[in-house]
Write a protein that binds this ligand. Structure first.
Ligand code: HPA
Length: 311
């Protein structure tokens, strides 16, 4: 589009000292942040398309406990986050992360190996950039996995929980700012953010694999600190069954652009105050690693079922 008839330019100083601006032209309001997001997405698609024309059906995000899952699939191509200019990369595990394109059974998938978190200091819109990118590459389904602290009565470390709904209003919305109309509506409906048919498919897969699963509501905190016992009591009172520091914003961004979403939490520990043990990242990681084999089997069987529903 050619910009003409510029009517109004507003220069804004950002908290980090940089400047941005919005302008009104062609009777439309342009905002640099938004133009940046769509331009960046287009650029990332172009970079990836120069390396592979693979079109994924399902996008899978690997949380703790599933970190090695991609090693077991038939890999067709990989793209390191480092190959994508200014792409957010994880500062947690000491490696930048990559997209793995390949097949789980016969199902074409893209796997995000290494996710970014809000607590790493990224703008929430950058945190969901990889999710949006996988949607732009053709994925119809977003399959989220994570490690979480258990809040629900009777939960134990090592349990797997199918996510049925979420509370994510404790972190900023990834949809804040002018709407990206190319992706989805201003006020997207979130009443079935986790697609019921996909949840059913995960339960069926769990039955067939004889893996016990629970189902519950995931609450996202900003982190990085673990919660206080008082916070966990409050979360329980408002309906949360498991707590973590990812996933919620990713589900929102995917649903906004019309993807179907499902997710499984690996309960790596009981949340603060539910057990008296202090929480440590190492223990969370170790507990998640212990259920990795069951978790992997469940994800594989679920992907095969979900693919049949979403062709
Ligand atoms: N709280 C927040 N995030 C987590 C936890 C927890 O207890 N366990 C794993 N991720």
């Amino acid at each position: 589009m050619r910009i003409k008839e510029v009517r109004h330019i507003k220069v804004i100083r950002l908290p980090n000292g940089n400047y941005t601006f919005s302008l009104t032209a062609n009777r439309l309001k342009f905002n640099m942040k938004n133009m940046e997001i769509t331009e960046k997405l287009q650029n990332y698609v172009n970079v990836i398309r120069q390396k592979t024309d693979f079109v994924p059906q399902i996008a899978l995000v690997l949380g703790s406990g599933l970190g090695n899952y991609a090693d077991g699939i038939r890999i067709e191509a990989t793209v390191s986050y480092e190959d994508l200019p200014d792409f957010p990369h994880s500062t947690v595990q000491g490696h930048a992360g990559r997209f793995v394109f390949g097949y789980v059974g016969e199902v074409p998938v893209v796997i995000m190996q290494g996710r970014v978190h809000y607590y790493e200091g990224y703008d929430i819109r950058d945190v969901v950039m990889p999710i949006r990118l996988m949607g732009c590459l053709g994925a119809k389904v977003l399959f989220l996995t994570n490690a979480a602290g258990g809040i629900m009565d009777g939960m134990q470390a090592g349990d797997l929980m199918v996510i049925k709904d979420q509370i994510a209003c404790l972190v900023p919305s990834p949809l804040a700012g002018p709407n990206l109309d190319e992706l989805g509506p201003r006020f997207p409906d979130m009443s079935a953010i986790y697609t019921p048919a996909l949840r059913d498919a995960i339960h069926e897969a769990a039955n067939e694999e004889q893996i016990a699963v629970k189902e519950g509501v995931y609450i996202q905190t900003a982190g990085p600190q673990y919660e206080t016992p008082a916070e966990i009591r409050a979360f329980k009172a408002i309906g949360a069954d498991a707590v973590g520091m990812s996933t919620g914003c990713e589900a929102i961004a995917a649903r906004h652009m019309g993807m179907q979403v499902c997710g499984i939490s690996c309960i790596s520990n009981l949340a603060a105050g539910i057990s008296d043990k202090p929480l440590s990242h190492k223990e969370v990681q170790e507990a998640a690693d212990k259920v990795a084999a069951d978790f992997s089997r469940l994800v594989t069987r679920s992907i095969e079922k979900i693919a049949g529903l979403t062709e």
